[in-house]
Design a binder for this molecule. Structure first.
Ligand code: GLU
Length: 383
């Protein structure tokens, strides 16, 4: 029975999709991975490939699969990082076995950490590998390399990982499968009258405020990380949908380009892949604070950042690192952008507030008259 209040709408045309299967779908009880909901997903993938489209899976479930093999593992709410990493090492091959059973063509395992995406060379290597896999008609299945990912190097959730992958392979559709029907104006598990939202034109604070934390203990990210992923992907020009992966009719409809879920429409003027990489993939190594004049120059005149407008420098960073830029809005400092810095933190502290012509005599060398080049910066506020 179709217990879904989301109206069915037309799915925009697509050629290359990333489909993210969360723990709530692959391990609904949190005890091992099961095929229960995967058959209709597999069928959708097979049909799409038959239509000449390309599909990449981002699959969770290694930890849950590993856990299931260890009956002696203490049943507790929280496992240590080491325990989870061990479970992932046990479970990842089982997860791949499970996926392989569903297809007549070959599946390939791609394990990544945040570092692999943040490093430009590795990023390109992964991209090339996936390109060849797709050329061979193989189905790439991506997961985070949980056994090596430390806290700082972790993407942490496969929703955001899927958005990175969609960027990497230049997909035109990101499908996020979860156990609720899409976005609502309040939590449907709490509020019976919650209204479904079929189309989101623009992701803003209002949309984030609609996303309540997940109520499924077996899911990692909840709605917030799905919206984050949708924001990353749509800002790059990739349509993103959130659908209920437990309902087989949704996948049957999807084959016919009909969507029952929420569509986050792609941005019409997407930011470049380089800016996306700076903003989303690179960790920020520090903060620089700027005055009103500099903010005006960045936001209105769209110029580069000069030393004269910098009031404060925070953190330790090298030339070429990414740093956040903050300015005062309504009396409070807020992040207004992020960019690649031309001077290290020690020297920037010395030249902050000075004219560009004073750089050389202040620190004894000169690299650039601007602190962040406009091309190397993403500004997130508009006038
Ligand atoms: N990488 C984790 C796993 O396979 C899951 C992360 C997530 O679900 O977001 O178990």
């Amino acid at each position: 029975m179709r217990k879904n209040t989301h109206k069915t709408i037309k799915l925009p045309k697509w050629e290359k999709a990333v489909i993210k299967i969360g723990s709530a779908i692959i391990s609904p009880q949190g005890e091992g991975c099961v095929t229960k909901y995967l058959l209709s997903i597999a069928n959708f993938i097979i049909e799409s490939k038959n239509q000449g489209k390309e599909v990449i899976i981002v699959s969770s479930g290694s930890v849950a699969a590993g856990l299931n093999t260890q009956p002696k593992a203490e049943k507790k709410a929280q496992f240590s990082i080491e325990e989870k990493q061990a479970m992932a090492a046990i479970g990842q091959p089982l997860l791949m076995q499970l996926w392989n059973r569903l297809f007549d063509f070959q599946c390939a395992q791609v394990l990544l950490t945040h570092d692999d995406i943040a490093d430009r060379k590795r990023f390109i290597n992964v991209k090339n590998t996936i390109r060849v896999l797709l050329k061979f008609g193989v189905l790439p299945i991506v997961n985070e390399n949980d056994t090596v990912a430390t806290d700082e190097l972790k993407v942490g959730d496969n929703d955001n990982m899927a958005a990175y992958i969609a960027n990497l392979i230049e997909a035109d559709l990101l499908i996020i499968c979860t156990d609720i029907n899409g976005l609502y104006d309040s939590d449907p598990k709490i509020n019976k009258d919650a209204k479904s939202i079929e189309v989101v034109e623009k992701i803003d604070e209002n949309i984030y405020s609609l996303a309540s934390k997940t109520t499924n203990p077996n899911a990692t990210g909840g709605m917030i990380t799905k919206i984050e992923a949708a924001e990353k992907a749509t800002s790059l020009g990739i349509n993103t949908v959130i659908i209920n992966g437990t309902k087989s009719f949704i996948f049957n409809d999807l084959v016919e380009n009909k969507l029952t879920g929420t569509l986050f429409k792609k941005r019409q003027t997407p930011i470049s892949a380089k800016k996306h990489w700076i903003f989303n993939a690179l960790p920020s190594m520090g903060n620089i604070y700027i005055d009103k004049g500099a903010m005006n120059a960045l936001v209105v005149k769209k110029t580069s950042l000069l030393p004269s407008g910098i009031t404060d420098v925070e953190g330790e960073f090298k030339r070429g690192d990414a740093v956040n830029v903050s300015a005062k809005i309504k009396g409070k400092f807020v992040k207004i952008g992020k960019g690649l810095i031309q001077y290290n933190s020690t020297d920037l502290t010395k030249i902050k507030g000075k004219k560009s012509s004073e750089i050389e005599k202040t620190i004894g060398y000169f690299l650039s008259d601007v602190i962040i080049q406009r091309d190397d910066m993403v500004v997130t506020v508009s006038k």
